[in-house]
Write a protein that binds this ligand. Structure first.
Ligand SMILES: O=C(O)CCC(=O)C(=O)O
Ligand SMILES: [Mn+2]
Length: 229
């Protein structure tokens, strides 16, 4: 399909977009070497996504994990895929079993895998095959402090981050914690990819401001796709 004037299939509207008449998403925005913002990239199959997300949260309820410092995390999390991201006083790690239920995490839905793969490819990381998807749900006022994602084995694989619900101010810093951070407002359906020279950049989320989204109410949901092992 080549209706948007680009030669790559990935730029063409999805079947859902064609059905609903939604416009093709804007072109990728390069933020830094290895970091690309795809505005609205996750909007096309929204209904499918929401259904998949509901099923995941039903099988693996959101939980507030404890940090290695002994604090209860503000953000509520769950996972899908072979590996789930976990935090406990003993440290951060990827685990096959959900510590809350003792069960394996729900499988990564095919629609999620495809979206993460296609977003990574557009950002210059072809062949991305995530085995972990961390779901974060932020209530108003909740923040995520600056950190690096560095518990994955192969740091040549990017992180693909999908935002849903109310907007968030995302801090995209440098390779040192003290580096000045870019402030980006991430909206419902935006996808941010960072890898290569940007893979270990510090990042975080400012406290979520009061707002309302028709599907997510006052909350923001973020999914990060990773290749853990
Ligand atoms: O919520 C976000 O936008 C980022 C989430 C994140 O960095 C993480 O879960 O490691
Ligand atoms: Mn992170």
């Amino acid at each position: 399909m080549n209706v948007s004037g680009h030669t790559l299939d990935l730029f063409g509207p999805s079947e859902a977009a064609l059905r609903t008449g939604a416009a093709a998403p804007p072109p990728p925005e390069r933020l830094a070497d290895g970091a690309v913002l795809l505005r609205g990239f996750a909007l096309a199959d929204e209904a499918l996504w929401r259904e998949a997300l509901d099923a995941i949260v039903q099988a693996a309820p959101l939980q507030q994990m404890v940090t290695p410092g002994g604090h209860t995390m503000q953000v509520r999390t769950t996972s899908c895929g072979t590996w789930g991201w976990t935090s406990a006083e003993s440290g951060y790690r990827y685990a096959r079993l959900n510590p809350l239920t003792g069960q394996p995490w729900p499988a990564l839905p095919e629609a999620f895998r495809r979206l993460a793969h296609d977003a990574a490819a557009l950002a210059g990381f072809p062949g991305f095959d995530p085995d972990a998807c961390l779901v974060n749900r932020y209530a108003p006022g909740t923040r995520l402090s600056l950190h690096q994602d560095r518990h994955e084995r192969d740091l040549r694989q990017p992180v693909v981050s999908v935002s849903w619900g109310v907007p968030a101010v995302f801090l995209f810093g440098g390779l040192q914690r003290s580096d000045r951070a870019l402030r980006l407002t991430l909206q419902h359906g935006d996808v941010l990819v960072w890898g290569g020279p940007a893979r270990l950049r510090f990042h975080g989320v400012m406290p979520i401001a009061p707002a309302h989204h028709p599907a997510f109410g006052p909350d923001r949901v973020n999914l990060t796709f990773r290749r853990a092992f």
